[in-house]
Design a protein around this ligand. Structure first.
Ligand code: ZN
Length: 391
């Protein structure tokens, strides 16, 4: 039997509510939620629920098409890629997806090769005991308190384009001498894989797993990006533990969100820009997710987002949508971007990287163009932080 993905296009609020009523049923995995009546949702549906789902949509006149007929085929392709060991230990590649241990090996090798500018730091351990590795890039070793750009990736396990994006930033900063000016006055702190248990699980068991891997009484995992102390557990998160947006049994219940939040809190005076890397879409989202009220610095958030977009646009002529989280995606509470803003880091974004193919599982040949294009946006981020906080 086949899991399918449906592209569903409600045209009225009533139709949207009907579609949303499936969200808490574990036979339904909303890959893309309903964002507006102009953009379709993408929903993966288990074999036993397909007939009922199609029947319900038809009876209520809701338009849909099947966008992926056989999810297993994507998974088989991903698995056959995952089984090959391709990248030499300590190296990096942007033409294949890397496993967590390969990523760690590369970062540790960089620390050996570039001891004066790159330091790794284990900021905590995942539930299953994997290192949560942060890379700090600085011309002054790790003891400086320079203005810092902080980026984290892969709190959502299945968003495979996120780790290569973080690795590309590190790679370009450290291994491309042309970019040496970018860490003279500004430090960088980057976590390529914040949810390594989930990420490995997407390679070994369930390609489209999103959450952490802490066991609950019935289901596994918490949505790390609903687990932060910003209107935790309210609109746009879920208290049902089998839901993909389960907020957890309490704020910061996950070792991963605990570790990253304590690091950020203890460095909040230096961190001038925060970016949380996700996929998929072409969205640069600023706070808030839990309210449709504007952030106090919304003009600056928009303007800087536009600088990012202009730089990315130069590469392939493709635009990002720069908008507040709630107006771009949907209501979400307990997100890291809102929490970071609330503790006083004013420039904070959720980056939804583009991905072709089937959304969370872009073809490997898409990695290179996506990370190269987006890197130009990070250069624009850097210029702005440099001119605002250094000279
Ligand atoms: Zn995500």
């Amino acid at each position: 039997m086949r899991y399918k993905v449906y592209r569903v296009s409600p045209t009225t609020i009533e139709e949207a509510n009907l579609v949303n009523s499936f969200e808490n049923d574990e036979n339904f995995d909303f890959w893309v939620d309903i964002r507006s009546l102009d953009e379709p949702a993408e929903i993966m549906v288990s074999p036993i629920a397909q007939e009922y789902f199609e029947e319900t949509l038809r009876q209520n006149g809701v338009d849909y098409i099947v966008s992926v007929y056989n999810v297993a085929e994507i998974i088989t392709q991903a698995e056959s890629r995952a089984k090959q060991t391709r990248v030499a230990r300590g190296n990096v590649t942007f033409s294949e997806f890397m496993r967590h241990d390969e990523i760690i090996a590369y970062l540790r090798q960089l620390e050996v090769d570039y001891p004066d500018i790159l330091k790794t730091e284990v900021i905590g351990r995942s539930f299953e005991g994997r290192d949560l590795l942060l890379v700090r890039i600085s011309s002054g070793g790790s003891t400086t308190n320079k203005p810092t750009i902080f980026a984290e990736a892969t709190i959502h396990a299945r968003e495979w384009i996120a780790p290569p994006m973080a690795l590309y930033i590190i790679n370009q900063l450290v291994e491309n001498p042309e970019n040496a000016n970018m860490y003279q006055d500004i430090d960088w702190a980057i976590i390529p894989v914040l949810n390594p248990d989930g990420y490995e699980y997407t390679h070994t068991a369930e390609r489209f797993w999103r959450k952490t891997r802490t066991p609950g009484t019935i289901c596994y995992g918490v949505d790390g990006n609903r687990n932060f102390a910003a209107k935790w557990g309210e609109t746009g998160s879920n208290n049902w533990q089998c839901s993909n947006t389960y907020a957890g049994h309490r704020v910061f219940s996950e070792p991963e969100t605990q570790a990253v939040s304590s690091y950020i809190a203890s460095h909040k005076d230096e961190i001038k820009l925060y970016i949380d890397i996700h996929s998929f879409g072409r969205w640069l989202l600023y706070p808030y997710g839990y309210t449709n009220e504007d952030a106090d610095n919304v003009d600056e958030l928009r303007a800087l987002g536009q600088l990012f977009n202009d730089a990315v646009y130069e590469v392939r002529g493709l635009n990002y949508t720069v908008v507040s989280f709630v107006n771009g995606l949907y209501y979400a509470s307990g997100t890291s971007v809102d929490w970071v803003k609330e503790i006083g880091i004013d420039l904070a974004y959720t980056l939804e990287l583009p991905a072709g193919g089937t959304g969370f599982d872009p073809p490997e040949e898409d990695i290179q163009p996506v990370v190269q294009e987006t890197w130009e946006g990070f250069k624009a981020f850097h210029s702005y932080i440099q001119s605002k906080f250094v000279n």
